[in-house]
Design a protein around this ligand. Structure first.
Ligand code: XMP
Length: 511
């Protein structure tokens, strides 16, 4: 069992970031909503430390999230962040006030006192504040250990009780020594040893599944995305040829992508991989369909049918494996009706296939950890750092009816754009980039003749989370080269445009 930290979620926007910051320091962290667990649960789980997250409320609000004050007497170190710090002060008998005239948002200078929490941090540094309420009186036996110009209690602690509160956000990168503060909490205060390492994770997971799945027939739907690929590579190490991967190639993948997936798993790894070439079947079903949601539904339904047909051919299946990852299953403490987010991999898989149970080997990992595991297992960079790609594939990037001709045109244009961006990756700070085949045709001149062809749009976005995104300022010379290559190499395209809309108001995909 790994040592672990509890991130007690009070509905803050940075709960996942806090857990990732802890894990970066080689300590396992799990997120639990405040309203779904008790002190009893915490005791049984023997956490090395607890972090109270921020949250949007004021501790005096009737509806604000609270917790059993006993949590502060369990002898487990606690770090309260922002709302979490105010709640700690409140539960321990301190006072929280509203700072309407003094509310702080943004970077400010932090002055720290000597404390195990602030080891190796200069007296003055930059921190990120975002609050209206503040701790106006620390509880008895607590000391103020940091201040800012507007905040008399930027941090406080009782080193005897191992309780620490910080009004600022150490988890965000704007806080200059945020990582050090989190590290100090984990190692100086919780006395963690740092046993969360990806090499160990691989070894432990493989050993576990070797035992649990011995002699069982395992089925996994491989999409070519990083999650299902890493799940497959891990399980292959555990069960070898008992792992049956089915890769449904709906023909809507990017240029050469189907072959790349097949070569990687079949030739490089020697895995049993069933590739179903179902392009004709999917295009047949999509014939005449122009409405985006309908396209998605048809593809989803057909995908399951094809997968089921293949699975049935394999005979009895014992275990269905899935590449579910941690963010897919985190419950949120944002409100009382917290629900587990349903994942696109989870929701839609077959009920027709009989299986004993589900194996989800990476459901404890964040995306960056999945990538680390993938690299350690020897998966190619291209796959591990693959940009996000919608399940319905290029179908959402062809506006209007999808035909084989349009699909081929888009594949070529998209490949050229990606090639040109990849060539100057260090100059373009972009997280996702692709081409879209619009439903508009336009006049052009090719050679000496008038040409009438498609308008292709290029899309590139810069984003952390894909919930919001900026259009990427791609250097003109890259756009120019891409445009002249696309119009020169693809006779059906007469015009190339660049999408300069951020999200919101637009979305990343055009649909
Ligand atoms: P939008 O277009 O909603 O896209 O701004 C946000 C991100 O999600 C990706 N996307 C999908 N990913 N299955 C996925 O796994 C899907 O059906 C899907 N649709 C959109 C999109 O590429 C972008 O990164």
């Amino acid at each position: 069992m790994n040592e672990k930290i509890l991130v007690l979620d009070f509905g803050g926007q940075y709960n996942q970031l806090i857990a990732r910051r802890v894990r970066e320091q080689n300590v396992y962290a799990e997120i639990r909503p405040y309203n779904k667990i008790s002190c009893e649960y915490i005791k049984i789980n023997a956490y090395k430390g607890i972090i109270f997250t921020g949250g949007p409320n004021s501790v005096y609000d009737e509806k604000s999230p609270h917790f059993d004050p006993e949590i502060l007497s369990l002898g487990i170190p606690v770090l309260g962040i922002c709302y979490g710090a105010q709640l700690m002060a409140f539960l321990a008998g301190g006072k929280v006030s509203s700072a309407f005239d003094k509310s702080e948002y943004g970077n400010t200078i932090l002055n720290v006192e000597k404390s195990p929490l602030f080891e190796n941090i200069p007296k003055e540094s930059r921190c990120f504040m975002s609050h209206t309420d503040y701790v106006s009186e620390v509880p008895e036996d607590f000391d103020v250990i940091a201040t800012t110009k507007n905040c008399p209690v930027a941090a406080f602690s009782s080193s005897v009780k191992k309780l620490y509160g910080v009004q600022f956000h150490p988890e965000v990168t704007h806080t200059e020594y945020g990582r050090t503060i989190i590290r100090n909490f984990l190692y100086n205060i919780c006395h963690c040893s740092g046993d969360w390492k990806m090499d160990d994770f691989i070894e432990k997971t493989v050993t576990k599944y070797k035992k649990e799945l011995a002699g069982k027939k395992v089925l996994l739907a491989l999409s070519g995305g990083v999650d299902s690929s890493v799940a497959a590579a891990l399980l292959y190490k555990a069960v070898g040829d008992n792992l049956n991967c089915v890769f449904v190639d709906h023909g809507l993948l990017r240029k050469n992508e189907g072959d790349f997936v097949e070569n990687t798993f079949k030739d490089r790894f020697g895995m049993k991989l069933i590739r179903v070439n179902a392009e004709e079947r999917f295009l047949g079903k999509l014939k005449g369909v122009t409405e985006p949601e309908q396209k998605r539904k048809i593809i989803g339904k057909e995908f399951i049918s094809v997968f089921e047909e293949e699975a049935k051919k394999l005979g009895k299946i014992d275990i269905l494996a899935q590449g579910t990852i941690y963010p897919d299953i985190i419950e949120s403490g944002k409100d009382d009706s917290a629900v587990i987010k349903s994942h696109h991999n989870v929701g839609g898989l077959p009920d027709v296939i009989d299986f004993e149970s589900i194996a989800e080997p990476i459901n404890d990992l964040f995306k960056d950890e999945v990538r680390q595991v993938g690299l350690k297992l020897g998966l190619p960079n291209e796959l591990v750092y693959r940009q996000p790609f919608p399940g319905p594939g290029l179908a959402v990037r062809i506006i209007g009816e999808i035909t084989e001709e349009k699909l081929n045109i888009l594949k070529e244009a998209d490949a050229i754009f990606r090639e040109e961006i990849d060539r100057c990756q260090q100059k373009t700070d972009t997280n996702q980039y692709f081409a879209v085949l619009t439903n508009t045709c336009s006049v052009g001149v090719k050679g000496d003749a008038r040409a009438y062809g498609y308008v292709v749009a290029l899309r590139a976005v810069t984003t952390d989370d894909f919930m919001t995104a900026e259009w990427t300022r791609i250097p003109y010379e890259v756009l120019e080269k891409t445009s002249s290559r696309i119009t020169g190499e693809i006779k059906e395209i007469t015009r190339v445009v660049y999408d300069i809309t951020s999200k919101p108001p637009a979305t990343v995909e055009w649909e």
